[in-house]
Design a protein around this ligand. Structure first.
Ligand code: NAP
Length: 325
């Protein structure tokens, strides 16, 4: 057990990468506090962890609220007696061209992704210091490293996280607090399937799922040179390493976990991937044409597979739309 007796907070723990991280942390022996806004999802993850014998505190929290983050840290201290690891994972995306980005969009995404991370660090660091050290893991994105059109605000938050990580790593090193970032690439989430389904008429959904359920997920393997589907557990295991004592000499770093996605400059996809994606998705594309399924606006993740399959390759699609705008 790599995290035996460690106490960790994982924000955004109600689903996706946060859920995977909390579950694997608990299996590795950590006591985990999970925090996100929707209580029902948190309770479900709590049940999953407890069913495997783990100890978990589930506290509904909006990370953009300083009061709520403070309460989360205090509740963790009360329940488990301290804190060793903070995973600032909660995040939201935004894919819009600049002229459509409203001040509210900007504040919402900044408030969650960047201010949420700052608030987590601000309230957690005194507890980490009291334990004689600890580890902070911030979740950024490949968009914090590489850029793509229509992603200005999201990219600003994710690039900001990497910058803050390096500054904090230097500042907190004397207190033996390590601070690192993980930048995930394209990670498959269950909600993508739900979002794609929403675009298909209700009466055709059952048929769509039967014919293409597996194909939706499978098409993700052509987004990067390593032809496999990136999963939340792939990020969670990197977080385990950064939280564990085995990484005691690692700080200020950004670990990109993307199957090689960023080894190709935008807008070029890995050789052959576009053809493979088109071939694999040909039946789905034909079906969508027949059923008049609209492509997702701006190739947003909600329409990712629909968009990619209809026009042949996500990057090419985004590039073309950006030029058209
Ligand atoms: N999946 C990918 O391909 C990918 C790629 C690069 C980076 N990332 C990053 O990975 C992190 C996790 O995302 P994910 O992929 O697991 O997506 P996800 O399934 O949408 O999970 C996001 C989590 O953050 C929570 N959250 C959102 N706003 C919040 C707020 N204001 N306060 C507290 N919790 C909040 C959500 O729960 P509630 O809605 O209940 O609050 C949810 O649990 C994010 O930072 C994301 O930017 C993901």
């Amino acid at each position: 057990m790599r995290l035996k007796d460690k106490i960790a907070i994982v924000t955004g723990g109600g689903q996706g990468i946060g859920r995977a991280t909390a579950r694997i942390f608990a299996r590795e022996g950590a006591k985990v506090a999970i925090a996100s806004r929707i209580e029902a999802k948190l309770k479900q993850v709590k049940r999953e962890i407890e069913a495997e014998g783990g100890q978990v505190l589930a506290l509904p929290t909006d990370v953009s609220s300083a009061e709520q983050v403070k309460r989360l840290v205090e509740a963790t201290q009360e329940r488990f007696g301290g804190l060793d690891v903070l995973v600032n994972n909660a995040g939201i995306g935004l894919r819009k061209p600049l002229d459509e980005v409203e001040r509210e969009d900007y504040d919402r995404v900044m408030g969650t992704n960047l201010r949420g991370m700052y608030q987590g660090c601000h309230f957690a660091v005194p507890l980490l210091k009291a334990r004689g050290g600890g580890s902070i893991v911030n979740v950024s994105s490949v968009h914090g490293v590489d850029r793509s059109p229509l992603n200005m605000v999201y990219a600003a938050t994710k690039g900001g996280i990497i910058g803050c990580t390096r500054a904090l790593a230097a500042e907190l090193a004397p207190s033996r607090i390590r601070v690192n970032t993980i930048s995930p690439g394209a990670i498959w989430l269950e909600m993508y399937e739900e979002n794609i389904l929403k675009q298909v008429k209700a009466e055709a959904q059952a048929e769509f799922l039967k014919r293409f359920g597996e194909g939706m997920k499978d098409s993700h393997k052509y987004f990067q040179p390593l032809e496999m589907v990136g999963m939340p557990d792939d990020i969670a295991w990197c977080a385990v390493f950064l939280a564990a004592d085995e990484s005691r000499f690692v700080t200020g770093q950004n670990i990109v976990v993307d199957g090689g996605l960023t080894t190709y400059l935008s807008p070029f996809a890995p050789p052959g991937s576009r053809e493979k994606l088109e071939k694999a998705s040909e039946p789905m594309r034909a079906w969508m044409e027949t059923h008049k399924v609209p492509a997702g606006k701006y190739g947003a993740r909600s329409g990712l597979v629909a968009a990619a399959t209809r026009k042949g390759g996500l990057r090419q699609l985004i590039w073309r739309e950006a030029k058209a705008n």
